[in-house]
Ligand binder design. Structure first.
Ligand code: CUA
Length: 317
């Protein structure tokens, strides 16, 4: 299970603006609620007294009736208009603060798929999945899109959520103050495994980020042991490469996640499993038993083939 970082524990500038707005709306709402709770209590006491005195406050010429109308206009029209106008202005200011384009920033194309995230760094020939690596302390420009239905990118501690649409790009500027790992998830119902479409944002110290980027731009390094080499052959023969890319091999499919440096990642299948030999074996033995409805077909490998492919994939660093 993934525990989402909290939007009330902001770790970046956009998240802080949203957090400020949230608390402003909370205190404003609380003040209005308290005001009306007091007025209601006073009104109830008064109407009890009026009933006891046999008073009727509804007559038109009665000063009592005029005061009732003043309360209705003041509390039922003027106050809500003022409060809604204040909320509107505060919201627009927060939207402007968070929607800033960052033309100079690093661009990452984040593509939603049922049910995983593709993260592509078009200027650096790097493609990975479910893990968004960014430099800490600088804005990063995310271009969000989808290959199928509407998904929504959300890393609560870092900023607002924004839809990934099949028919047009959305841009979200994200920034993390400090290096660290921040959880995220798909925030728009997108089918059977919507709840298993998680992601992590890993913010690095900028020098570490540059190292990560150049290491991931390299083609896959073939693992040098017999079992892994056998796994590579099985992987290619069984047609895995028609859906998955492993740069530096003939595998160049684009339907599924790029596996070039799979062994250096933390998880697979939208965060459902870890990149360990046991979890990779579970996944390859029967993907649908782990995540019902996934696009990946059952590879139907023998036990020996399975062990070899697991060794190969784990070795892709
Ligand atoms: Cu993708 Cu919900």
């Amino acid at each position: 299970m993934v525990v989402l970082g909290s939007a009330l524990d902001p770790a970046g500038p956009a998240a802080r603006d949203i957090d400020d707005l949230w608390w402003f709306l909370f205190w404003l709402g609380l003040a209005v609620f308290a005001l009306f709770a007091v007025l209601l209590a006073l009104g109830l006491r008064r109407s009890h007294r009026a009933a006891a005195d046999g008073d009727d406050p509804s007559g038109d010429d009665d000063p009592h009736g005029r005061s009732v109308r003043a309360w209705l206009v003041g509390g039922g029209v003027i106050l809500p208009v003022v409060v809604v106008a204040v909320v509107l202005v505060a919201t627009i200011l927060a939207m402007r603060a968070t929607a800033d384009e960052a033309p100079e920033a690093l661009t990452v194309v984040v593509v939603g798929h049922q049910w995983w995230w593709e993260m592509a760094y078009p200027d650096h020939d790097v493609v990975t999945a479910n893990e968004l690596h960014i430099p800490a302390g600088e804005p990063v420009r995310l271009v969000l899109r989808s290959t199928d239905v509407i998904h929504s990118f959300w890393a609560p501690a870092l900023g607002g959520k924004l839809d990934a649409l099949p028919d047009g790009d959305n841009v979200l500027v994200l920034e993390a103050d400090e290096p660290g790992t921040y959880d995220g998830a798909c925030a728009e119902f997108c089918g059977l495994q919507h709840a298993n479409m998680n992601l992590v944002v890993i913010a690095h110290d900028p020098a570490d980020f540059d190292r990560w980027l150049s290491a991931n731009a390299e083609p896959a390094v073939a693992p040098e042991d017999g079992l892994a080499e056998e796994g590579r052959e099985v992987f290619l023969q069984e047609g895995c490469g028609s859906c998955h890319t492993v740069r530096g091999t003939p595998a160049d499919g684009e339907a599924g996640p790029d596996l070039t440096h799979l062994g250096s990642r933390g998880s697979i299948a939208g965060g459902v499993l870890d990149v360990t030999a046991d979890d990779l074996r579970r996944w390859l033995a029967d993907p649908h038993a782990v995540k019902e409805g996934v696009a990946m077909p059952d590879p139907e490998l023998t036990d020996d083939q399975l062990a070899a492919v697991v060794a190969y994939l784990e070795g892709l660093r």
